[in-house]
Structure formats: structure tokens, C-alpha cells
Design a binder for this molecule. Structure first.
Ligand code: 13P
Length: 253
């Protein structure tokens, strides 16, 4: 099994959920972690409005923070958008780019995702680049081709194991309660590792973390996290409650 340069990462993507009241969950998560030492990095990616207050609430805890999206430019006339530099200023360490919900809701192409990932790098953020096939693509036997195309198009030059994380999120597994079999996860993650070697070089590809995302829950986390080439999880729904999220983190205890 390739040894990545970094510990596995369990990251929570709060999506368009959370208000100031939700920061209570951060307090609860910190409490859970008081007497625990999981062998993984931990991150929460809240909506933009919560980045500054969450950063304050996280304090010097071991929980890192990330954005969910960024614009590719530093500043300018882009109403409603947020630059990677602005996200970095909140104390965030990373930024998700190319989530399938952004690809679907906002027409983001691989080209756009690549520019966003490069912007995250420019701002000193780790880019968490999301890829994954739809159910139609899987049923047509196109999964690995889709993954190859998305990787080649979405991973910008300058990407390495320190500044980039790949998240494999089959679109049909997101928020559905359906997860791929461990064999399906293993097949795609091995393929991602192999394709990355051609994009970032063999050494960086070996060291790069590849997360699995899509209906990860406390009940299935240990099994999914034990699959070869799975170096952590990107968690949606189950990251909103500290008890559930900690139940997933326990896969690394
Ligand atoms: P769920 O865990 O809710 O299926 O969402 C996964 C996801 O999209 C994380 O980015």
C-alpha cells in the first residue's frame, strides 16, 4: 500500500448548512477529541459566513478549517464570489474545488476547477480537488475514463502531495445512503493513483492523499477507510453533528 507523505484526513463539508448556533458542534467535537488521539488530520469546511467565527472557535485545537470553493482571481468585479486569498485570511488551510454540486449547479468545467485549484495554491491553501462519475457514466462502463479525464483537466501544474488532495466522490453516492462496494472504491482509487503519476510524477502521486466521499457514516467508515489507497474521507451530512463526525474519526483510533 503506498504510504502517503501525510496522515489520512477526515474532512467535513458542511455545504450550505450552519449558522453561528452550529458552532456548538465545534465545542462538542473539541470535547470528544480531548481524550482521543486519532491517527488522522481533521478538518471542517463551513460556509463562507462561518469561516472567521469558526476559526476563532477552533482556537489552537487540532481541527483545521477549509473553504468550499474559491474564485480563480485575486480580486475584481465578480459579485458573490470569494477569492482564495480571502479564504486564507480567515485562517483556513485548504479549499475544496470542483465539488460535483458546483459542477452541476454552476456549470463548472475541469478547466475552471483547474484554475480554482491553482488559485488555492497561489494563496497557500491545500486544494481538495473533487472528481467522480454519475450513475449513468458508471452504468455505461465509463467510470475510469471519466476519472482520467477529470484528473487530467482539473489538476493544475504545480500540484504536489503537499498542496493537493484528491477526493473521489461518486455523484450517485452523495447524500443517497448508497456507497460503492469496497472493490469498486479500491478499483477507482488505484486508478487515480496510477493516473496521478502521469500528471504530478510518481513520487508525488505516491505521497498524495486520496479521500473517499459519498454517504460516509460512523457505521461504514472503518470499512471504507481500510480500503487500499483510501487516505481519508470527505464527509457531508454526517459531519454536521459532532457525535456522528467523531464516530467517523474513530475509524483511525
Ligand atoms: P454525504 O456525506 O452527505 O453523502 O456528502 C458527501 C459529499 O458530497 C462531501 O463533499
Amino acid at each position: 500500500m503506498p504510504k502517503t507523505k501525510f496522515p489520512p484526513l477526515v474532512a467535513g463539508n458542511w455545504k450550505m448548512n450552519g449558522t453561528l448556533a452550529s458552532l456548538e458542534e465545534i465545542d462538542k467535537l473539541k470535547e470528544h477529541l480531548k481524550n482521543a488521539d486519532p491517527a488522522c488530520d481533521i478538518m471542517i469546511c463551513p460556509p463562507f459566513t462561518l469561516l472567521f467565527p469558526m476559526s476563532e472557535r477552533l482556537g489552537d485545537s487540532r481541527i483545521a478549517m477549509g473553504g468550499q470553493d474559491c474564485h480563480w482571481e485575486v480580486s475584481g468585479a465578480h459579485t458573490g464570489d470569494v477569492a482564495a486569498e480571502m479564504i486564507a485570511e480567515t485562517g483556513a488551510a485548504a479549499c475544496i474545488v470542483g465539488h460535483s454540486e458546483r459542477r452541476a449547479d454552476h456549470g463548472e468545467t475541469d478547466e475552471i476547477v483547474s484554475r480554482k485549484a491553482a488559485a488555492a495554491h497561489r494563496a497557500g491553501l491545500v486544494a481538495i480537488i473533487c472528481i467522480g462519475e454519475t450513475i449513468e457514466e458508471r452504468e455505461a462502463g465509463k467510470t475510469l475514463d471519466v476519472i482520467s479525464t477529470q484528473l487530467k483537466g482539473s489538476v493544475p501544474s504545480g500540484s504536489d502531495a503537499a498542496n493537493t488532495i484528491i477526493a473521489y466522490e461518486p455523484v450517485w453516492a452523495i447524500g443517497t445512503g448508497h456507497t460503492p462496494t469496497t472493490e469498486q472504491v479500491a478499483e477507482v482509487h488505484a486508478h487515480i493513483r496510477k493516473e496521478l503519476a502521469g500528471i504530478v510524477g510518481a513520487e508525488e502521486a505516491e505521497g498524495m492523499r486520496i479521500l473517499y466521499g459519498g454517504s460516509v457514516k460512523p457505521a461504514n467508515a472503518a470499512e471504507l477507510m481500510s480500503v487500499e489507497n483510501v487516505n481519508g474521507a470527505l464527509v457531508g451530512g454526517a459531519s454536521l453533528k459532532a457525535d456522528d463526525f467523531f464516530g467517523i474519526i474513530k475509524a483511525y483510533m
